[in-house]
Design a protein around this ligand. Structure first.
Ligand code: PXG
Length: 294
């Protein structure tokens, strides 16, 4: 039990094996809560402010009052990382509605539960960055924007999980989710970009996609590198006939897509625009000024 990772729950630290919450927590009973996934690179938390801001926006949208100020949340994240002596980690912030009874009424939950996990994540196949990954359009449509939209980073991820199950069942690396009218929204936990004639295209958040922080980094990189990026509705046909495509996300980082529903994208190899952005992205994450030093 020595050297076990310590998990923050409501201001106290518990060893990973003892870090538990009540079965009456509405995060567990109803998926009522919000979360963030953040990376720490070489002792600096990447875009911590942006992730904390998004956490509070998600909470605001579900009328959940986080019992810490943003500054206190940042301090708690840094303290948890220091306690675990971590330099490269994956940080999971979770704020659930908290302990209640078996009725779904959030008013039954007087105090939200705040959890900070600092661990590692690996969702990519070993050589995904070199070879690219295979994908498929899932039959599971993204929830409409006037339902449990993925614009909110909520604890309701069954929509993404159903799509992921479909990819797994078909022996494909990742699923792509379409929005109700059939345009492309995003991956299960990644934003998506395509390249056509040297220019980039990505879907708007009105497809119910999350406004990704990695996608934002990539759009800034496009400006720096003089690449044209347009936010536009993308049809499955546009994806089939793209020259290049890639996913962005905190966990996935920037990963080329080489196939969609058995159609090869471009020549099936990471293309020049994707490669250029991957090099640029690596530089950004290695730049300590982009992160919060712990
Ligand atoms: N779309 C959705 C639905 C997400 O959940 C992204 C896009 C990418 O956003 P960022 O800000 O990370 O660039 C996400 C991110 C996990 C996990 O298991 C969570 C995400 C991605 C991958 C894994 O914690 N969410």
């Amino acid at each position: 039990m020595t050297n076990e990772l310590q998990v923050y729950i409501d201001g106290e630290y518990y060893p990973k094996s003892q870090a538990k919450i009540s079965v009456y927590d509405h995060g567990f009973l109803y998926g009522d809560g919000v979360f963030e996934g953040i990376r720490e690179y070489n002792g600096a938390v990447f875009k911590l402010k942006e992730h904390v801001d998004r956490l509070y926006r998600s909470a605001h949208a579900i009328m959940l009052q986080i019992p810490l100020t943003k500054q206190e949340m940042v301090k708690a994240v840094v303290e948890t990382l220091c306690k675990n002596k971590m330099k490269d980690s994956y940080i999971r912030l979770i704020v659930s509605r908290g302990l209640g009874d078996l009725g779904l009424d959030p008013r039954k939950c007087p105090k939200p539960t705040v959890i900070i996990i600092t661990d590692t994540i690996n969702i990519r196949a070993g050589n995904a960055k070199e070879t690219g990954i295979t994908t498929m359009f899932s039959w599971v449509r993204r929830n409409p924007v006037d339902a449990t939209t993925h614009e909110i980073k909520s604890l309701n991820y069954l929509n993404s999980i159903l799509a992921k199950i479909e990819a797994n069942a078909n022996g494909v690396d990742e699923a792509i989710c379409l929005e109700p009218s059939g345009c492309i929204a995003e991956g299960v936990g990644e934003n998506i970009f395509i390249v056509k004639n040297g220019e980039l295209l990505t879907p708007p958040t009105s497809t119910g996609a999350l406004a990704g922080i990695t996608a934002e980094v990539v759009s800034k990189l496009c400006i720096e590198l003089g690449l044209k990026l347009t936010v536009a509705n993308l049809t499955p046909f546009m994806m089939f006939t793209a020259d290049e495509a890639f996913f962005t996300g905190t966990a996935m980082e920037l990963v080329p897509i080489r196939e969609v529903n058995k159609r090869t994208i471009g020549d099936g190899k990471p293309g020049p625009v994707t490669k250029k952005l991957m090099v640029g992205f690596q530089k950004v994450i290695e730049d300590p000024s982009q992160g919060t030093k712990i």
